[in-house]
Design a binder for this molecule. Structure first.
Ligand code: 0O2
Length: 222
């Protein structure tokens, strides 16, 4: 049995109960992968252009992922939607996910503005968890974008969720995700408060780093 067969059978098993054949599902995931590539390329181009003009990169790292089959099925079920290929495309915005890690808070909004200025990319929604942090202390800017992918015989609009955050916000979110996220009920109020305090301290440090950078630039220009 070759690897493809194993993947396919594994997918069939994971997709049991879903109104979709593994092959159709795999094709859809390939479309999402293509959409990630398109958005990533745009971000790379913008980062290089910015580096050439400002001599520094607003983007430190770009990560991406395709949502796992269990997470897709869990989310459809939790939101009360049917488990089908059509339902995934209609109801889920985060099957394709890109995380853009920036150096400073103002870089986040610079990246968002750069995305807004791309005429073949549509911003469908923006959630600013920096101006309005989540109760947990989570900070990040989320936007859902629609981008066309060019297939052999059609142009297909695909949605990608882009999460933009600083290195510091990413540090907190990654560790908090490991130790608590989605285990809310098992976590003591004291631990939750401590984690939220850490997020607030990290945000204050982010703000301080940004003003130190600005002061150094201003001093240099005087
Ligand atoms: P993963 O494993 O990161 O992919 P939802 O919660 O998905 O039903 P919605 O409105 O789609 O609702 O999502 P929301 O809350 O705007 O953003 C969800 C994503 O943001 C999560 O993805 C996390 O990546 C991140 N996130 C949101 N809140 C927190 C938090 O308190 N802590 C951490 N560490 N991350 C958070 P997924 O798909 O849930 O998980």
């Amino acid at each position: 049995m070759d690897n493809f067969q194993i993947v396919s059978e594994d997918m069939d098993r994971q997709l049991s109960g879903m109104d979709a054949k593994a092959s159709e599902f795999k094709m859809l995931m390939t479309y999402y992968e293509c959409a990630i590539l398109e958005v990533k390329t745009k971000l790379d181009v913008l980062n290089n252009e910015f580096k050439a003009t400002d001599e520094r990169n607003p983007i430190s790292t770009i990560k991406s992922r395709i949502k796992s089959i269990p997470s897709i099925l869990e989310k459809l079920d939790r939101k009360g939607y049917p488990s089908s290929i059509e339902s995934i495309q209609t109801h889920l915005d985060d099957v394709a996910g890109i995380r853009v890690i920036c150096s400073f808070i103002d870089d986040i909004y610079k990246v968002l503005d750069m995305l807004k200025n791309q005429d073949d990319l549509k911003i469908l929604s923006i959630k600013d968890y920096i101006k309005n942090p989540k109760k947990s202390g989570y900070r990040s800017l989320h936007c859902v974008v629609e981008i066309p992918i060019y297939l052999s015989n059609e142009k297909k609009p695909m949605r990608v969720e882009v999460q933009i955050r600083t290195i510091a916000m990413d540090f907190w979110a990654s560790l908090e995700h490991q130790i608590r996220y989605k285990k809310f009920s098992d976590t003591s109020a004291d631990s939750i408060k401590k984690l939220t305090n850490c997020a607030d301290t990290i945000y204050e440090t982010d703000m301080k780093m940004m003003s130190i950078r600005q002061k150094i630039i201003d001093d240099k220009n005087d």
